[in-house]
Write a protein that binds this ligand. Structure first.
Ligand SMILES: Nc1nc2c(ncn2[C@@H]2O[C@H](COP(=O)(O)OP(=O)(O)OP(=O)(O)O)[C@@H](O)[C@H]2O)c(=O)[nH]1
Ligand SMILES: [Mg+2]
Length: 369
């Protein structure tokens, strides 16, 4: 993966400006008094005829497989995946450019009722993505009942919205099929879930405006059909980003996410949710990348658990993270990890802002929907 711009000199604001979609150009032209649809400009637009491009926001409850789907569609591991809820905390962009289309996907945190400021920030990412979407890709899995969707306001927004709405019902590999007549759900769950037809009927009744596509994001089942449907809903538009764009975050973001993924897979109970990873140093020295990281946790009592006897646990976690980072960056990695206590980082606006969870101006509210 070499498509990230890791210009450490740039402020986040500058980086956001550089990554701003070409769509914004229309507004700049209008400000400059140049009429939209000016025939001289249209001549320059040759080559984009028949091209479609737009933003597709992947929204849904925690753990339904949003990040797995994003990675499968993009063909790279841009978003971390674990079996635990609330793995994704940010809005993560993944761009796919084809011959006649460009889709800018946004993977988002699972929809939840926020209990603390960090979760408010996560929900602001969801609402921002929803507001920006040309197509909303709502995702559920075979287990979820539409009545249990965690946020009624968002659900009603989807019911009433005139924007194209696709509903992907994920994990259908778990249902009984020709090779696994019993399925993989267990008897009780199977009775509760019913057949795929039952699942689809429940969601179609709750969201009559949605086109429903059953998929398995992990097994790549029906993703061609999903992609075809998404392409049909894209507005005619030239590409929004240069053709070779994959994502918009700097390399150190992916480093911190891969380390955070290991915290989710290596520790239990509240520890993954109490921790944040900050990459304090990222030096690419050609064949080797030196990464310095700090794990912040909310309680003193977590420190010995994170570190383990004589540092054994942290060493094990560090080794797993290093191997993954080497795979991801295609280079040797030197990884340093430290543990610090930052008692209220999940509610402290300054910390949350430093960790990238706040909108400009310190607001977590988003008014777009
Ligand atoms: N059986 C099955 N499991 C899947 C499928 N897609 C994802 N999973 C599993 O579901 C779990 C959650 O996947 P994620 O992609 O992290 O889910 P998410 O919706 O991004 O979760 P949050 O970021 O926490 O909201 C992981 O254990 C995945 O391996 C699928 O198609 N079939
Ligand atoms: Mg996720």
């Amino acid at each position: 993966m070499e498509d990230y711009d890791d210009d450490e000199e740039l402020s986040d604001q500058h980086r956001a400006m550089l990554a701003a979609p070409a769509k914004k150009l229309d507004e700049l032209l209008k400000d400059a008094g140049i009429e939209f649809g000016d025939p001289t400009l249209m001549e320059d637009d040759q080559g984009s005829e028949g091209f479609r491009a737009g933003f597709v926001s992947i929204i849904g409850s925690p753990n339904v497989g949003k990040s797995t789907l994003m990675n499968s569609l993009v063909g790279e591991r841009v978003s971390i995946v674990t079996s635990k809820q609330q793995t994704t905390r940010h809005q993560i962009m993944g761009v796919v450019t084809g011959e006649d289309f460009q889709i800018v996907y946004y993977d988002t945190p699972g929809v939840l009722r926020p209990n603390y400021k960090l979760q408010e920030g996560m929900m602001a990412f969801v609402k921002e993505s929803l507001g920006d979407a040309d197509v909303v890709l709502l995702m559920t899995d075979v287990f979820e009942d539409p009545r249990d969707f965690p946020d009624q306001q968002i659900f009603e927004h989807m019911q009433q919205s005139r924007r194209p709405l696709l509903l992907a019902v994920n994990k259908i590999d778990l249902l009984p099929n020709a090779t696994h007549p019993q399925g993989n759900l267990g008897k009780d769950a199977l009775e509760r879930v019913g057949t795929l037809q039952d699942v689809v009927a429940r969601w179609q009744a709750a969201l009559p405006n949605a086109s429903i596509i059953p998929i398995s994001a992990r097994e790549y089942f029906n993703l061609d059909e999903l992609l075809a449907s998404l392409k049909e809903e894209l507005p005619p538009s030239p590409p929004l980003y240069p053709n070779d764009t994959l994502t918009d975050k700097p390399q150190r973001f992916f480093a911190s996410e891969l380390i955070r993924e290991k915290l989710f897979t290596s520790y239990s109970k509240e520890i993954p949710y109490s921790c944040e990873v900050s990459v304090t140093g990222f030096k690419d020295q050609g064949r080797l990348i030196k990464i310095n990281s700090t794990i912040f946790t909310t309680r003193d009592s977590h420190v010995p658990i994170l570190i383990g006897t004589k540092g054994s646990k942290l060493k094990e976690v560090g080794t797993q993270a290093r191997l993954d980072l080497e795979n991801f960056f295609g280079k040797k990695i030197y990884l340093e990890m430290r543990v610090k206590v930052r008692k209220d980082w999940r509610s402290n606006l300054k910390d949350l802002s430093a960790f990238g969870y706040m909108q400009q101006g310190g607001e977590t509210e988003n008014t777009k929907i």
